[in-house]
Write a new protein. Sequence first.
Length: 143
Amino acid sequence: MGLFHADRKFERFEDVTPEILEHECVKLLLCDLDNTLRLHGETEPSDELAVWIRDVRGAGVKVVVISNNGRRKMMQKFCKPIGVPCVWWSKKPISTKLTAAMDKYKFRPDETAMLGDRVMTDVLAAKFAGVKAWKVEPRKDVI
Ligand SMILES: [Mg+2]
C-alpha cells in the first residue's frame, strides 16, 4: 500500500472495537485528538469517548493521544478525566512522537496503530513510523 493509503478505514472511533484491536494484534493505539476523538471546540470528553476508552483499556490496549494541537492546557484538561496521556505539538507527519511513545511504553511498531482523520498528517506519520495507519471520517469539518 502507498504512503497515502490507510490500512483500514472506520466511520468513527467507536467502530474500532476491542475485538478488532485483538484481531489486529494492536496493543498500543495512538489517537489523533481533533476531529478524531473530539468535535471542534469540545472541551470535555463525551460519554461515548469515555465509554470507548474504558472498553479499549479493558481489552489491555494502551491509548495515547498524539496531536498537532499546541494548546497544552486544553489538551491536558480534556485528556485527564479519561486517564489518557497526551502529546501536543507533535508535528505529524513527522513520526518522532509516535516512535517516542512506542519507546516509552515498550511496544513495537507491529503492535501499534495510529488512528486519525487526516491523510496528510495522521496516515503519513503512521507510515513513516511503520505502524498501522487507521483512518476515521472527521467528526466535523475543520473550520
Ligand atoms: Mg484531526
